[in-house]
Design a protein around this ligand. Structure first.
Ligand code: NAP
Ligand code: HSE
Length: 433
């Protein structure tokens, strides 16, 4: 039985999709959280933009000023769920300078300003908790920082944007248009306030930067992450990929090369339909992590939406409450053995899928194949649908492993051939070998 229950005043900055989920589940599971943490959480102040919206909390606690929240003496812990990087950074800095722990779901903020914020947190000896920033409800950051601490990480492959995975899986299953499905993703609370962050791959790149930083012990900057979004993926490519035994996903790949530099890239990727990541559908996320001690691990769960994200935020709040109670020393960002280098995209070696639109006449394949060969790129399979009378036809080619810079040169030269028309498509292939 808990004889003494410490009260912890919570200040929330933002009460939209995520904040609303946190309030609802804090109310529902308050007793459980109290029993498990020995802390009684009370939301004392909430900053929003619009005071007229219903929030499920007393109107007297609402304010439009985030400073009032951070500076309120009754607030012991600030939970930032506002989004963006400008005001959110001010909120984070003011919180840490006030000596108050910060919980945040904001991956953009951490990917863009994590190094500076963690340095500030260390100077002020207050912790930052950010489990909700990557993969919604999946405790992947705790796993990387604690559960897999004894491992050199050999590679991470992840589906880490719920909105894109929701769009791609429904495009594949239902053949619906991209725009129609995006509207549903917004309605369900999966998409960012600015949905281009999702569909252009930026949100996944933010998360990849955070994962890579934790896995390899140095801060990976956003300009070291290669990113392509899903706007260019068409139903036709999904159909050809399926015929070839692949599924198209927005995949984050994080892996070291033999010189211990780390590749960090996010782009649409053909993955074998038999691979476990290919079966991850809807807003679910999955992250496969390989460690030198543990071998292969897989983390799976809902990656977006109010409930999954609230689970991670509440868990961080509980951890913050326990640490405050126990007077824990904050260890900060754990730097370790890597040399701080990332691999430029031009140096990456992977496989490629091409869908070319070519004139329907003899000799075309030989000319295309010759250009790939001239750049040391081997063809592993070729596919062309039969029964076409049109002037142009699609020519689908899968390449073996080759260097990105060679692929780019070959692609540019192929696009200049008089027998090649538009549109053409290139998507990378991951066979996990
Ligand atoms: P959201 O629904 O747009 O909520 C943002 C909240 O911040 C709203 O309550 C808004 O007030 C408030 N706000 C915005 N500007 C403000 C300002 N200047 N002063 C005071 N309040 C302000 O966004 P969300 O989906 O909850 O996302 C919040 C954060 O969580 C983002 O960093 C996002 O990347 C992250 N995240 C989201 C998810 C998800 O599934 N949605 C999952 C993980 C992490 P009003 O309500 O009055 O407009
Ligand atoms: N917009 C994000 C996604 C929310 O779709 O994954 C979760 O971080």
């Amino acid at each position: 039985m808990i004889l003494f229950m410490r009260k912890l005043g919570i200040g929330m900055v933002g009460c939209g999709v995520v904040g609303g989920g946190v309030l609802a589940h804090l109310t529902r599971n308050r007793d459980l959280l109290q029993e498990r943490s020995g802390v009684d959480f009370e939301v004392v102040r909430v900053a929003v933009r619009d005071l007229q919206k219903a929030r499920g909390i007393e109107a007297s606690k609402l304010t439009t000023s985030w400073r009032e929240v951070v500076e309120d003496p009754q607030v012991n812990l600030v939970v930032e769920m506002m989004g963006g990087t400008t005001l959110a950074r001010e909120v984070a800095e003011a919180t840490l300078k006030a000596g108050k722990p910060l919980v945040t779901a904001n991956k953009a903020l951490l990917a863009e300003c994590g190094e500076e914020l963690f340095a500030l947190a260390e100077r002020n000896k207050v912790p930052i908790y950010f489990e909700a920033s990557v993969a919604g409800g999946i405790p992947i950051l705790k796993a990387l920082r604690e559960g897999l601490r004894a491992n050199h990480i050999l590679g991470i492959h992840g589906i880490i944007n719920g909105t894109c995975n929701y769009i791609l899986s429904r495009m594949a299953d239902e053949g619906k248009s991209y725009e129609e499905i995006l509207l549903d993703a917004k309605r369900l609370g999966y998409a960012e306030a600015d949905e281009s962050l999702d569909v252009d791959g930026i949100d996944a790149a933010h998360k990849a930067a955070i994962l890579a930083s934790l896995a390899y012990g140095f801060w990976v900057r956003m300009d070291q992450v290669y990113v392509e979004g899903i706007r260019k993926v068409s139903a036709l490519d999904m159909c050809f990929a399926k015929k070839l035994g692949y599924t198209i996903k927005l995949l984050a790949t994080i892996q070291p090369n033999s010189e211990r530099a780390v590749e960090v890239r996010v782009h649409p990727t053909l993955i074998p339909s038999t691979h476990v990541l290919a079966s991850v559908s809807g807003a679910y996320n999955a992250i496969a992590v390989e460690g030198d001690v543990v071998g292969n691990t897989l983390f799976y769960g809902r990656g977006a939406g109010p409930d999954a994200t609230a689970s991670a935020v509440l868990s961080d709040m509980a951890e913050a409450g326990i640490a405050l109670d126990a007077g824990c020393v904050y260890r900060g960002f754990e730097r370790h053995s890597f040399n701080g280098q990332t691999v430029p995209m031009a140096e990456v070696r992977t496989r490629y899928y091409f869908r070319l639109t070519v004139l329907n006449k003899p000799g075309v394949l030989a000319r295309v194949a010759a250009l790939f060969g001239a750049h040391d790129l081997g063809i592993s399979s070729v596919f062309q649908p039969e029964d076409h009378d049109e002037e142009t036809v699609p020519l689908v080619i899968l390449l073996d492993y080759g260097k990105e810079s060679s692929m780019r040169k070959a692609y540019d030269e192929i696009m200049k051939l008089d027998v090649v028309q538009t549109p053409c498509q290139m998507i990378r292939v991951e066979d996990f070998s």
